[in-house]
Design a protein around this ligand. Structure first.
Ligand SMILES: [Zn+2]
Length: 245
């Protein structure tokens, strides 16, 4: 096989490997995101719990203020009783005071109920916080494992990248240029294997004369359709299959 073609075949193998590493490096951080679901759910549960608790505290304070207001009103109402002239007015004022008493006692009951609920929220809050902490720990572990994998892939990629540099040093600059140009317009693949007289990348048949030359390793040939350099694997070069067009 032509030396430059051989090097380009090697280059393509290296580039395929690099592509795999790059895909993996893009995919790995996204995998971490997929595992954040349980943690996010636990955090959301805690947020909801806290919001509900705050609401209860606010409501309890409102009831407390309500009780104070109504108690003051009762005192004022009682003080005004002395100034009342008619029986009818007096009865009405007493009824109003009685109603306010009832309202106070109702508000106090509600406030007490809320206070109990607030006091009892400690345990469930602790449980949810523990759940969040557990999920945070798990997620941190996954993240650190993932980071370790990323680092490993980067090291492996660097080794392959230096292999690429080695190949480039040996390849004729003219072919480096051609390779890059075809690769850039053909999905990163500038070289295609010819099998049974066909370009394996675009499945176009190769003229018999050109196929013979490619098999015998004479010169460099490109696919008439996709323009990729064509080659045959060394082992297949002498097989019966390849010799019969
Ligand atoms: Zn082709």
């Amino acid at each position: 096989m032509d030396k430059n073609l051989e090097l380009m075949v090697e280059l393509q193998k290296v580039d395929r490997e690099l592509k795999k590493f790059d895909d993996l490096l893009e995919k790995l951080p996204a995998e971490v995101e997929q595992h954040s679901h349980d943690l996010k759910a636990a955090q959301e549960e805690l947020n909801k719990f806290k919001t509900a608790l705050d609401e209860k505290k606010k409501l309890r304070a409102e009831k407390e203020r309500g009780v104070e207001g109504k108690k003051e009103a009762v005192i004022k109402g009682k003080n005004k009783l002395h100034d009342i002239k008619t029986n009818q007015e007096y009865t009405a004022a007493l009824a109003e005071i009685e109603n306010m008493h009832k309202a106070v006692s109702k508000l106090e009951d509600e406030e007490l109920e809320l206070m109990e609920e607030i006091e009892q929220s400690g345990e469930p809050e602790k449980a949810i916080k523990e759940k969040v902490a557990k999920e945070e720990k798990l997620f941190a572990e996954i993240k650190s494992e993932n980071n370790a994998r990323v680092e490993k892939v980067k090291v492996e990629r660097a080794t392959v990248a230096s292999k690429r540099d080695e190949v480039l040093k040996q390849l004729d600059p003219l072919y480096v240029k051609k390779y890059d140009k075809i690769a850039s317009i053909r999905n990163g693949l500038a070289i295609s294997e010819m099998k049974e007289g066909f370009c394996t990348e675009c499945h176009t048949s190769v003229r018999p004369q050109m196929a013979v030359e490619i098999r015998s390793g004479k010169g460099l040939h490109t696919c008439p359709a996709c323009l990729r350099f064509l080659y045959v694997e060394k082992v297949a070069e002498h097989s019966v299959e390849e010799l019969t067009p």
